[in-house]
Design a protein. Structure first.
Length: 255
C-alpha cells in the first residue's frame, strides 16, 4: 500500500498547498480520497495513472473536497486516454452525493455519466462496512463537521489507514482511529480555533496520543501555519512520527 498526498490545504488559495486529495495505491487498485478542484491536475502532475483510477471517496460535500469531481468526469468522458477504458469507476460518499453530481450534470447537459466505462455512485451511511476495492475493506464513522461528513478506516492485509478529513473534536473518534499505520487527520489551526467543527493542534494531538498511529500526517492546514514549525510543535506529544505536507508526500505503508 502506498499513500501520496496531493493536497493538504483548504479552500483558501495558497502558493504551496493545494486542496484535499490523497492517492492510495493498493494491490486491489487505486483510490483517491477526496477530489478537490486541484486534484485532477495534481494527479497528472505527479504522473499518476488517473486514466485508470478505480475508486473515489468523498468525505463530505464542501467544495474543497469534491469540487474537482464533476470536472474530472467531464474530462474523462472525452479524454483520448480514457476511450479504451472499460473497467468501472466507483464513487463513494455520504447520502446525497448522487443528487449533487446529477444536479451539476443537468445544469448544462455535461453528460458526466455518459462515459466510455461504467460509473457507479454508491452512497453509504455512518457505520457502514463494505469493500471499496478488491481486498481493501472500509468502515465509516460520522464526524462532527457536517451532517454527511464521514471518516473512513481502510484495511488490507498489509496496513490500516484512517482518513478523518474535516472534523471537530470527538472522543468516539479516538476508538475508531486506533491501531493504524497512518492516521491522516486535519489540523486546521495552531490554537484559538475560530470554528468549532475543525481541530487545532492540542485537540489533534490528544486524539493522536491515544490512538498511537505509526505515522501521523497532519493536513487541511490554513495559512496561519505558515512560518510555524508544525513538526516541532507536535512531536513532543507522542512517540509516533509526525509529518505535514507543503507540496507532495509519498510513502509506502507495507507490502
Amino acid at each position: 500500500m502506498k499513500l501520496i498526498v496531493l493536497g493538504s490545504g483548504t479552500s483558501l488559495p495558497h502558493p504551496r498547498r493545494c486542496s484535499a486529495a490523497y492517492w492510495l495505491e493498493t494491490e486491489g487498485g487505486s483510490l483517491l480520497l477526496d477530489m478537490s478542484a486541484d486534484a485532477p491536475h495534481r494527479m497528472a502532475q505527479e504522473q499518476l495513472d488517473w486514466t485508470n483510477l478505480d475508486a473515489i471517496w468523498i468525505s463530505h460535500f464542501h467544495l474543497d473536497h469534491l469540487g474537482g469531481l464533476a470536472p474530472f468526469l467531464f474530462a474523462t468522458r472525452a479524454a483520448p486516454q480514457t476511450q479504451q477504458r472499460r473497467n468501472p469507476l466507483r464513487i463513494f460518499g455520504g447520502v446525497g452525493l448522487k443528487k449533487i453530481i446529477e444536479t451539476v450534470d443537468q445544469a448544462d447537459d455535461y453528460r458526466l455519466f455518459k462515459q466510455p466505462f461504467p460509473v457507479e455512485v454508491l452512497e453509504v451511511e455512518p457505520g457502514s462496512e463494505f469493500e471499496i476495492l478488491p481486498g481493501l475493506s472500509a468502515r465509516t464513522f460520522s464526524t462532527p463537521h457536517t451532517k454527511e461528513s464521514l471518516a473512513i478506516r481502510l484495511e488490507d492485509k498489509s496496513a490500516v489507514v484512517v482518513y478523518i478529513s474535516d472534523t471537530g473534536y470527538s472522543d468516539e473518534l479516538i476508538e475508531f482511529a486506533r491501531g493504524t499505520a497512518v492516521l491522516l487527520m486535519e489540523c486546521s489551526f495552531f490554537k484559538n480555533k475560530p470554528i468549532k467543527t475543525h481541530l487545532e493542534l492540542t485537540e489533534a494531538m490528544q486524539i493522536a496520543r491515544t490512538c498511537e498511529p505509526q505515522k501521523l500526517v497532519l493536513s487541511h492546514l490554513y495559512s496561519e501555519w505558515d512560518g510555524i514549525d508544525l513538526v516541532a510543535e507536535a512531536q513532543p506529544a507522542g512517540s509516533f512520527e509526525v509529518s505535514f505536507v507543503l507540496r507532495t508526500l509519498a510513502f509506502d505503508l507495507g507490502t
